[in-house]
Design a protein around this ligand. Sequence first.
Ligand code: FES
Length: 172
Amino acid sequence: MKNKKKSEGKIKSKDKCGCAVSCESEEIIKGFSHQGKQYVIPLLQKVQEQDGYISEETMDLVSEKLGVPVSQVYAITTFYSYFRLQPIGKHLVRPCRGTACHVKGSKRIIEKIKEHLDLKGDIDTTADNQFTVAPVACLGTCGLAPVMMIGNNVYGNLNEENAGKIIDRLKS
Ligand code: FES
C-alpha cells in the first residue's frame, strides 16, 4: 500500500489536493505516534470524520505511526461497519430506516432512491461520485417521517416521487 493523501457538511470525501489521506488527517495521525493499539479505533474515527472514509494509505500511516501491524488496522476497519473503506460522493444522502419512517414506507423509498441513482446491489456511490446513499437508523425528526438528510438539510414527508425530485435538484 502506498502512503498518501482526500463533503457534505462536516464530512469530507476528498482532500483539496486529491490525496487519499488529507493533510489534516496526517497531522492527527502523527499526533498519536507510538500510542499503541488501544488508540487505533478513536484515531480511525477522527480520520473518517475528517476524510469521510479510511483509505489504504490511511491504514498504512496509522500502522506506521502507532506501531501496530497493518493487518490489525485492516481487521478493525473491516470488522466495524461504521468504517467506510470507499470515498463518499459530493452529496451524502441519508434516508432514515428507523421505525417511524419504516412504518411509513421508507424501505420502498430507499429502494426508489437507489434505483433513481442507478445504484445496484451493495454499491452506494454513483459512478460520477456525486451521490452516496447511506441509510441511517433515526434522524431524530420522526414527526416528519419518512425523512432523509442530504448534507445538513432535512427533507420530510417523503414519498417515492418527491425523493427523486429532491435529488434531481442537486444534480450538477
Ligand atoms: S425513525 Fe426516521 S426520523 Fe426517527
